[in-house]
Ligand binder design. Structure first.
Ligand SMILES: Cc1ncc(COP(=O)(O)O)c(C=O)c1O
Length: 423
């Protein structure tokens, strides 16, 4: 028998991200027929697979790169060659004044967020406590349990704009957003997981200004965003300056197995980040950086994002919207405006069961979705909306998507019918 520290207990409690990853694993192992609309896996896109295979072969066929690939630890910030190539890309593409000193690599962006959040929030030397503020919840469920200390997050409920009969969109509610001396940093994912929202350029600029005014960093999670993998269907400019920490990832490009995250920030933050990351990881892995180097030198990183991924996911998104509109016809539902990422966020107003119960019923029927209540890190108050939404991924092939949408509609119909009966 053993007892766990507070930190151990916190990490080993039931958390949304662990449940989600368990479900992904179990579903894949136990039920190959499961309609898999739950996870964050990117789609397997043939053209992207060919590009990655070529990049891998080029690495394996070169004796020098192969030796480094297998036999060398990276320095704390990551391979200097990749950092230089990335800096050149950002300078040329966006005129950002960036050198290798502004960039660090990580073993996946998830681990980068662990370091960043705990660098800027928690207990401070003089006894004060600070928190990370999410100005637009719902937000990525993977953030929820990243705090070493308790209550690391606060969040602001969004403004909800109803669009037509069956769509809606969240906006940052600046009148409700409170940045105080207890705020350690502001963080948004753009596009947002789970909603597919893309915070507008104006909202982003306003948040940037707020962060600067309060002398706190502004963290932008670009896991799905600009410049790559660019899974964005609306107009959105990338933003970076000395006060912004932009976190990118190779995962949604199609390489989640490479576990590579990229942090772009001012050199002081990068130095702090690299030290912490070295203590945690010793070094980042070599697979992602090796592939990245090849994709940068061939120009494939940007062309794949723009010419392959964005159109592919846009088409899948349109098919998904069509499937759900047909399946849910006649029911009360709203879909968040799908502006990016790989999910639809469905809202069933006044749903008489919780989204968690809906999730369980759907799992029984062989459809895996994610209950929306996981996606409100920092919102502790009761709010019915938290229990009325689900997230579905549209990476599945369209036929599976259609079957999944039909089963979801049947269960939602049953839930609303029960309400009618009990009234
Ligand atoms: C918004 C967002 N940020 C970060 C991550 C973490 O990604 P990774 O650690 O694979 O880079 C994910 C994964 O799904 C995500 O959706």
């Amino acid at each position: 028998m053993f007892s766990l520290s507070k930190f151990g207990q916190k990490l080993c409690n039931q958390s949304g991200i662990v449940t989600l990853m368990d479900d992904l694993g179990d579903a894949l192992r136990n039920n190959p027929d499961m309609i898999f609309m739950g996870g964050g896996n990117p789609a397997i896109i043939p053209e992207a697979q060919v590009t990655f295979t070529n990049a891998l072969n080029a690495t394996l066929n070169d004796e020098n790169t192969l030796r480094e690939f297998l036999g060398v630890y990276q320095p704390p910030q990551g391979d200097a060659g990749v950092l230089d190539d990335l800096a050149t890309l950002f300078q040329h593409q966006y005129q950002w004044p960036i050198t290798r000193d502004n960039i660090a690599l990580a073993n996946g962006s998830q681990s980068a967020f662990f370091v960043l959040f705990n660098l800027f929030a928690g207990e401070f030397a003089e006894g004060s406590r600070k928190q990370i503020q999410f100005p637009l919840a719902p937000e990525y469920l993977g953030y929820s349990d990243l705090g070493i200390s308790e209550n690391l997050f606060t969040a602001t409920k969004p403004g909800i704009e109803l669009v037509g009969d069956h769509f809606f969109k969240y906006h940052v509610d600046f009148s409700a957003l409170k940045i105080t001396e207890k705020t350690g940093a502001i963080c948004v994912s753009r596009p947002t997981n789970p909603t597919g929202n893309v915070i507008s350029d104006e909202e982003l600029t306003q948040l940037d200004l707020l962060a600067k005014t309060h002398r706190i960093p502004f963290i932008i999670d670009g896991a799905y965003g600009t410049p790559f993998p660019n899974i964005i269907f609306s107009d959105a400019e990338p933003l970076w300056n000395d006060n912004i920490i932009l976190v990118l990832s190779l995962s949604k490009l199609g390489l989640p197995g490479a576990r590579t995250g990229i942090v772009i920030a001012n050199p002081k933050i990068i130095t702090a980040f690299a030290k912490a990351n070295t203590i945690l990881n010793l070094a980042t892995g070599n697979l992602g950086p090796a592939l990245l180097r090849n994709l940068l030198s061939t120009g494939k990183l940007m062309s794949l994002s723009k010419e392959c991924l964005a159109p592919f996911y846009r088409q899948r998104m349109l098919q998904a919207v069509d499937c759900f509109q047909s399946a849910l016809n006649g029911l009360p539902y709203r879909i968040h405006q799908p502006e990016g990422a790989i999910f639809l966020w469905l809202w069933f107003p006044d749903l008489p069961i919780t989204s968690q119960i809906l999730y369980e019923r759907l799992k029984q029927r062989g459809v895996l979705i994610v209950s929306g209540h996981h996606f409100f890190p920092g919102i502790t108050e009761n709010w019915a909306h938290k229990e009325q939404c689900i997230r579905v991924t549209y990476c599945q092939d369209p036929e599976k998507l259609r079957q999944g949408a039909r089963i979801i509609a049947e269960e939602v119909f049953k839930a609303y019918s029960q309400m009618a009966i009990s009234v």
